[in-house]
Write a protein that binds this ligand. Structure first.
Ligand code: ATP
Ligand code: MG
Length: 486
């Protein structure tokens, strides 16, 4: 095993040993070495205290309340740039399941291993003597491919409820199963996940979504009762039958769409959008006597609002939220053959942003595969894609107009909001007819537009925006009370 430990890690380790301390690689890196996976980061545990660790290295920083010292190496590899050295410790009393109250040093390795979450994460390795210390049968569990708590799962989850989600995340990443008692412990303590900080939950959720098996992981989370404390809205889709084009209920459809995004290794935003694109369906479902089938009018608008609320509560970044909201809002575009003219495609690109179009198409593919239809790129979608390519050559944003704010000021307007209104009014015209994007035409139109009063000009300038807001408001109104979306 020693052969697989990078030189940088061996160096950090041997300094501690030469200074007379005990030191072991521990946690995820030992687990990953035993599995022949590349560790995400390297952790060393030692009987030295922070003030004894720091003088042994040229560059260190004292990281946090857990006594972890970051040792900075010369490596270019981001996984090796900082090696974390942490003194043996036990955790103090837990006043609630939110976070460990205080940190107490432990005297020996055994005590440190006991406080770790899972047996597979509680193996220590000394590369100098090539010895493995495995007091909780972690190696056996690695062979059996199970995630099992160290000690009584019930107690361990009560101490720190995040461990429940970590168990599911680690199982998803490694393609392991949950040990039976551990799964029972999760079912019993599920509600405690509600007390955990949303940032910690978010980070584990991201890793579940970015794993190769998010469908399996979220099904397990649902079955064991913790999905309600992550994204409760998803559970409304369980048993929510769809129209005849769909074989699955809303929940299964979302899970399958997400899994396809993972199979394709698409980025986080596409995976989140796949997971949430129909989250508003249960709330918009109505039976149509005409069609003798269920309808979901406005579910794209409602799902986008709900996605924004869900992701905000989970403290995702503004950028991620904005992108997912846009993708969900427009995911229905390609399914409606009536809207598809080149002008409509240009308007779509102008709303969605050219940079988001490839992800929107990918979301559409996830949606299709998620219905159980085998073909990712049927004829119609291929046709839309070629229309997108064509429309992308035409102007779809104010910046692409053959006139700008400076030129409008030269034509005869002073700096102020009227400039923006003119530009947007011109863009609306050019979206309808790209041939109008010539200096001559736009300057003539500018002169006419500038004759309008502020009020009238604002109205034409914001016509596009207003129309969208009205459409959205109509769809959301019905549901506002039920779902508290705004
Ligand atoms: P990865 O590095 O792939 O995220 P990891 O298992 O190393 O996986 P880390 O978050 O780096 O996870 O944690 C390092 C080690 O610290 C774990 O292997 C485990 O031994 C211990 N640990 C982390 N979080 C907890 C926790 N909430 N409760 C108990 N032990 C934990
Ligand atoms: Mg780690």
């Amino acid at each position: 095993m020693k052969r697989s430990v990078p030189q940088e890690v061996l160096d950090v380790h041997s300094r501690l040993r030469k200074a007379g301390f005990e030191a072991y690689l521990v946690g995820g890196c030992v687990r990953d070495l035993l599995l022949n996976r590349e560790p995400k980061d390297w952790d060393i545990t030692t009987n030295a205290k922070p003030e004894e660790i720091q003088p042994l290295y040229e560059e260190t920083f004292y990281e946090n309340a857990y006594g972890t010292v970051g040792v900075v190496t010369q490596s270019e590899n981001p996984r090796l740039k900082v090696i974390e050295v942490t003194p043996y410790r036990i955790e103090g009393e837990y006043s609630n399941a939110r976070h460990p109250d205080d940190v107490t040093w432990a005297n020996n390795l055994s005590d440190d291993l006991k406080r770790r979450d899972f047996t597979i994460n509680a193996i220590a390795y000394d590369p100098e003597t090539d010895t493995v210390v495995d007091e909780h049968n972690g190696q056996e569990d690695i062979k059996k491919k199970v995630v099992a708590s160290v000690g009584d799962p019930n107690e361990r989850f009560a101490e720190d409820a995040l461990r429940m989600l970590r168990a599911i995340r680690i199982a998803a990443e490694l393609d392991f199963a949950l040990d039976g008692n551990t799964a029972q412990g999760i079912a019993r303590n599920a509600s405690k996940l509600g007390d955990i900080s949303r940032e910690r939950v978010r980070d584990e959720l991201i890793r579940i979504l970015m794993s190769d098996r998010p469908l399996q992981a979220l099904y397990v989370a649902q079955k064991l009762g913790i999905l309600k404390y992550i994204i409760p809205e998803l559970e409304e889709g369980i048993g929510c039958a769809q129209n005849q084009a769909h074989s699955f209920d809303v929940f299964e459809h979302l899970m399958r769409s997400l899994q396809h995004a993972a199979d394709k290794k698409w980025p986080l935003e596409v995976r989140l959008a796949a997971l949430l694109h129909d989250v508003g369906k249960p709330a918009t479902r109505r039976f149509s006597e005409d069609k003798k089938d269920w309808t979901f009018y406005g579910h794209d608008v409602v799902s986008a609002r709900m996605a924004k609320k869900i992701l905000s509560e989970l403290k995702f970044s503004k950028e991620v939220i904005a992108k997912v909201e846009i993708l969900v809002r427009w995911h229905m575009f390609f399914s409606d053959p009536d809207t598809v003219t080149l002008t409509a495609v240009r308007r779509l690109i102008s709303r969605v942003g050219a940079e988001n179009m490839p992800d929107l198409v990918n979301l559409r593919v996830c949606d299709r595969i998620g219905t159980g239809r085998p073909k990712a790129h049927p004829f119609r979608l291929r046709k839309y894609m070629s229309m997108i390519d064509e429309a992308m050559r035409d102007p779809v944003s104010v910046a692409m107009l053959k006139i700008d704010g400076n030129r409008i000021m030269e034509v005869g307007e002073k700096a102020g909001p009227r400039i923006g209104w003119v530009l947007h009014a011109l863009l609306e015209e050019v979206l309808d007819d790209p041939a109008k994007n010539s200096e001559e035409y736009l300057e003539n139109r500018t002169q006419e537009l500038l004759k309008l009063s502020d009020e009238a000009l604002k109205k034409v300038g914001e016509a596009g925006k207003d129309r969208r807001a009205e459409e959205d408001a109509a769809a959301v109104k019905v549901l506002r009370d039920k779902h508290h979306v705004s």
